[in-house]
Structure formats: C-alpha cells, structure tokens
Design a protein around this ligand. Structure first.
Ligand code: 4AD
Ligand code: MG
Length: 477
C-alpha cells in the first residue's frame, strides 16, 4: 500500500476507513497522541495510538525524531484546531531516535544553535516553512519568465574571465598547491593547470547572458554564484543563487519595469500558494520582535508587508536626488551615519539605503543613474558623461536586492572605458564581439535569490534561508 502525504489527508473532503502515512514524530503525549509531520505541510496530523493494545516496547520507541509508518482511520478530530486525526490500528517504527540525544527537542532553539545543526534544523516548523517557501519562490521565478517567453540559460560555473569585477573570486585549480609549476618569470604556470589558464568560480552569469540575449532576445539565468568577499554580514553569502534576466532592445526604464513586475509576480505567487507557511512565519516574527525595543520593530506584520509591495509602486529616484535627500537627512546632519554623505559621488552604504527605504520613502525604492566611477565598466554612459544607466532596487530590512543596468552597446565607448579601468581587451574578446556584430541596446539585472527569500519569510539572517550556508570560516555539511 502506498502511503499518502499528510497535506493531502488534512485537505481531504471526507473521512476515510484506512489511510497509511509515514513521517517523523514531533511529539508524543500521554502515551497516546503522536504529532506526526512528513514535510508536506507545516501542520502535523494527530495520530491517536491505542495504547492498551500496543506493546509497551513499541510505545517506548515512539519518541521525538523517530521515523514511523502507521495505518488507521482518518476520523473527525475531537481536539481543537484540527479537522482530522488518525485513529491508529497498526504502527511500525522505521527508524529509532534517541530522545536524550536528538538535538531538535520540542522547545525553542536559538537560530545560532540551529545553524550548527543545519542538517536537522529543517525538521523544525520554521525551517520546514522557509524551505517550502524557497522552493515555491524558485518555481515562481521560472514560471514568470517561461510565461513571458524568456529562454532559461545555464551559464558556466567555472569561468575564465575574471574581469566582471563584481567581487573577489574563488580560484579553481587542479595544480598541486604544495608544488606549483613555475614559468620562466617565476610565476605560477597556469598553462599547466586543468584548463590551461587561470580560472575562477563565477561571480555572475551576466556577460555570457548578454551574448545569449543578443541572439535569443530575452533570456534569464538562475544559478549559484560565488564571492570570496570577507563580509561577515547578515546579508552576504560566499555562495548564493542569482537570477539574471537580460533583454535585447530594453532600455533602463524597461529594465526597471521588468524588475518590478517580476518581483511582484513571484511574491504574489508565493503568498497565494504558501498561506499556512507564511502565517506561521508571521507569528514567528511577531514573537521574535517582542524581544526588540519598540523603535526597531517593524510597523507591518509579514503579510501586510508583502501586500504593501504588491499594491504600491516602487519609488524611483535618481542617485543625484537620493544624495540630496541623504545630505539633508537628520542622521547625516547629526553625524549618526558611520559614513557621512559629504558630496555627490559618494557610494551608498547599506545604512543610507535603509534610511531611504525605511525612513524617508517607507517603500521599496529604485535608485538609478549612478556616478560612473562607482559602478561596473559595462554600464551605459549617460549623455552627461558622468553617470551610467545603473539601477539598484532597495528593500526594507534588506537594502539592495537587485542590481542592474542598461549595458554599454557602443563598441568605441566600451573600449575606451575598459582602457581607462585597465581591463584587458584580449581577455574579453568574445564579449566585445557582441558589440562588433549586430550590437543593440540591451539591459538586465541580477536579483539575489536569498535576499528575496529573506524578505518573503521575514527572516533576518541570510544564513537561515539557504539550506547549507557558506560564509567566511564556514563550509560545514
Ligand atoms: O549587484 P550585483 O553584484 O550585480 C551583478 O552581479 C550583476 N552582474 C547583475 C546583472 O546586472 N546581471 O549582484 C546582484 C544581486 C545584489 O543586488 C544582491 O541581491 C545579490 O546579488 N548579492 C548577494 N547576495 C548574497 N550574498 C552576496 N555576497 C551577494 N552579493 C550580491
Ligand atoms: Mg550591486
């Protein structure tokens, strides 16, 4: 007999004579009531054991964490808050758990403790919910782009180009590190390395994505990216997933429209599909915020915050306007910012981004037209000769969630820019070819998937929204 998933049983239109379920025991009360979970839903199903007719030996083995299979009738539940329960007729222990040693006790654990047990934390309500939401969000990403006729492109994880400049890179090599081959100049001879050249893990699929957009018109990538920055913050991972659409013939404003529409779609899709999980996470967040000072608590509950994004347009301001707002802001005048904004040209730090979003606009914000010299070489130079068609989307509680731009499609302007910055033309010969043959206006952006999951789940540390986080000093599991 094939077992049925608990979610299906809880949604059943009627009671049933016999059902078969498999799952893990969350709790076992009064030698009688099992709260069983199989990961299909946040909700446990209550299974009532006939303790008089069950061997004492078996009852002893029904402990938190154990895997069990059981059969019984799906009946209307007497208990409050649950529609059905299973009146157990037979029960088999599939895998014992040691109740003394099992780390996921039925009590509140700190997020730090759970991170150290990332292989088991997914058995808790919160992490089960987060991982289901993450899964639905990623499906929504594909749905959005596929419905719009974008082509999904798998760009390489190992890259020979280290010119993108999006961050520090992890080197990939098969050379023996304790006995490196040297060339005549005494440097490491990468000709002897696996690929015959120096290679890294990718920081972004954009450059390859651009080449494909110049043939397929509308493409997106969705894959892992790697950055070796030593930034130990609650917003940075060394390995994270990025979604990068790239669209031929789109200018910067089309790009902003696409990003906004896309973000709304995936949030709406997830709100519609993950009601139970999001309600649970909303409660978790309220509980967590009780321990914070009033001023730091968010004004909106999780679902209100998500609905706010669905119902309100993002505010769009140029970098120049943003700098004016920040220069005249109270924390800047009172020197409360760590980085005081003195003049046009300053890079925006996350404290500034959060001020704009959380205090000034109280809404997601798109900042565009940044100074050329704080942005990447491939961004399109504006008529003013000092700003580029860049756009960053800033979210409450997160800061930057999207970074994108209109790309420099003019070969001569791009070459000049690369020369000034010192990027080798040879190295990016293939990228430059896209400007040599049928170049056209095009734009794209990158959305950090974990930052989106942070926003939707109301979690506050990025380590808690990816199954096994990689951060400086940590690659356990
Ligand atoms: O702004 P970034 O560096 O942009 C790019 O990589 C461009 N090539 C994207 C493009 O135009 N196709 O990164 C894009 C987004 C950021 O806005 C942020 O959400 C996320 O990726 N991100 C990180 N997320 C987690 N950990 C990190 N270390 C991240 N670095 C960037
Ligand atoms: Mg960025």
């Amino acid at each position: 007999m094939k077992h049925t998933r608990i979610k299906e049983l809880l949604n059943s239109a009627q009671t049933m004579q016999e059902v078969y379920v498999k799952g893990w025991v969350r709790t076992f009360r009064n030698n009688q009531f099992i709260a069983l979970n199989d990961g299909s839903t946040i909700n446990n199903i209550q299974c009532v054991v006939d303790f008089e007719n069950t061997p004492a030996e078996t009852l002893k083995r029904i402990t938190t964490g154990a895997a069990v299979a059981l059969k019984g009738a799906l009946a209307e539940s007497q208990g409050a808050g649950q529609k059905y329960e299973i009146q157990v007729t037979s029960l088999e222990i599939l895998g014992d758990s040691d109740p003394e040693k099992f780390p996921m006790q039925p009590k509140k654990h700190s997020l730090e403790f759970l991170r150290e047990n990332a292989h088991l934390r997914v058995r808790t309500n919160a992490f089960g919910a987060i991982m289901r939401v993450r899964s639905v969000l990623s499906f929504a990403v594909h749905n959005y782009f596929q419905e719009k006729g974008f082509v999904y492109v798998n760009t390489p994880v190992i890259t020979g180009a280290d010119a993108e400049g999006a961050g520090e890179m992890f080197q990939v090599t098969s050379l023996p590190l304790d006995n490196l081959p040297k060339n005549e100049e005494g440097n490491v001879d990468y000709k002897k390395d696996f690929f015959g050249k120096h290679t890294n893990l990718t920081v972004s699929g954009q450059l390859e994505g651009e080449a494909f957009a110049m043939a397929l018109g509308q493409i997106y990538t969705f894959g892992p990216t790697f950055r070796a920055e030593n930034s130990n913050t609650s917003r940075h991972l060394a390995e994270f997933w990025m979604i990068e659409p790239e669209v031929a013939f789109n200018d910067l404003h089309d790009n902003m429209d696409l990003a906004e529409d896309f973000i709304r779609y995936v949030i709406k899709y997830t709100v519609d599909k993950c009601g139970d999980d999001l309600k649970f996470l909303e409660g978790r967040l309220l509980e967590e915020e009780k321990s914070k000072p009033q001023a730091e608590r968010s004004e909106l509950a999780l679902l209100e915050k998500l609905n706010f994004v669905l119902e309100n347009n993002f505010k769009r301001v140029s970098y120049t306007e943003a700098i004016d707002i920040l220069k005249n802001s109270t924390p800047n005048k009172k020197k409360k910012f760590n980085y005081i904004i003195e003049e046009w040209g300053a890079d925006l730090q996350s404290e500034h981004e959060r001020y704009l979003v959380e205090k000034h606009f109280k809404s997601p914000v798109i900042v565009y037209d940044y100074p050329a010299n704080i942005k990447s070489f491939y961004m399109r130079m504006n008529e003013d000769g000092k700003t580029v068609g860049a756009m960053d989307i800033l979210f409450p509680g997160i800061g930057e969630i999207v970074g994108g731009s209109q790309r420099e499609e003019r070969l001569d302007v791009l070459l000049e820019k690369m020369k000034v910055i010192g990027i080798d033309e040879e190295e990016l010969w293939w990228y430059l070819d896209t400007r040599r043959f049928g170049s056209a206006v095009h734009s794209g952006f990158g959305l950090g998937f974990e930052r989106l999951v942070l926003f939707v789940t109301g979690m506050t540390n990025i380590r808690d929204v990816i199954p096994f986080p990689r951060t400086p000093g940590n690659a356990e599991f």
